[in-house]
Ligand binder design. Sequence first.
Ligand SMILES: [Zn+2]
Length: 452
Amino acid sequence: MTSSSRLIRRGAVAVVALGALTAAALPTFASGGDRTTAVRAAVQGGKARNVILLIGDGMGDSEITIARNYAKGAAGRLAMDTLPLTGEYTTYAVNKTDPSRPDYVTDSAASGTGWSTGHKTYNGAISVTPDGKAQPTVLELARKAGFRTGDVTTAELGDATPAVLAAHVADRSCEGPADMAKCPKQDKVNGGPGSISEQQVQTGADIYLGGGRARFAQTVKAGPYKGRTVIDQAKAAGYNVVTDTAGLSAAKADRKLLGLFADGNLPLEQTGPLAKAGGTEPSRCAPNAEFTGPHLTDMAGKALQLLDAQTRHAKKGFFLQIEGASIDKQDHAANPCGQIGEHIEFDNAVKSALDYARHHADTLVVVTADHGHTSQIIPVEADSPGQTATLITADGAEMKINYATTKPGVSQEHTGTEVRIAAQGPQAANVVGVTDQTDLFHTLSRALGVGR
Ligand SMILES: [Zn+2]
């Protein structure tokens, strides 16, 4: 927190005085000043050498506000709040049997398919349209055009958001060769391209970092690697396979990298009281004693370091997606500290990306979400029919968080709201206003000069 933001928090009178006295010392995009020149300077067309796409899963405006209030205070700002150009985009999916009808509440698979391929699809679909057709993804197009590529997440690598860039299956559950019940057409025993994890190896991005080791340890059922694991398949395809923070930091740029740091999703950064019917005592979050690492920022930093090294003397740069996955998963679990801890770590990864872009101005950075989620800030005295928890924020104030999209004790639901999209760098102006998730595919591919 800067001393100026601490001052602003004391009230409106302080803001007026501050604006008059120290305007020159404030950051370019600080509130209160005339931003016209700064916004104009932020509008760049042309091509980007690098694209960094950061996805906060389930990170609606409400989740952003909750994390900001808790970690920075109401008048503070997250790193993701500092991007110069901001819009909102619509997230709806479509009905599988009648794609002309919207399905207003999307999941991560349909929404990810939107920005990775430019096509609307049904909930559960991984980069296939309702007619079953595989659509090329921005990562695949970038790779074909000579860019280096990376895909980083705190979830299993086969989870929807990392999957949509590098795999095409009828249902998101088809993560490993033993999980193919809902994807007979893609099953290798039927001559298909295989599960999500097999397809990720076959697509061949330079870097995959996340969880999901158990899926990659499953046995390939047909084809040249029949009887061996997907990890064996990855090694044969030239991947350096690492499973812990030491292995991650030792990884070199001369080989492809597959990091599998947990059997399932990566552990949470923070713990605290779960929301419950009738509410909780006011409390603060604490670091998770069972956290094993690596942090999302460790993975994001390593990916940036390796991709930078791999492209330094190359004609083309890189495309990198970084996902903070468990904002969503802990929203489902009505776990506010889990949700906030993941959000703050995701914001740290945003800061890493912005630091990189500061020294590489031809980098497009996009920060967005895939869908809204359940958590809401409600009055401390409100009597909710759902589950609530009260946290003590960085302001020293009480914030009551409400989870009430389903009955208490049941996994909370996504919401159908539009969500924030913010950007800087070449083509960033295309996120301004109200757009749709499928428009992001065109913004990214235009920036890279790939696709149509
Ligand atoms: Zn979800």
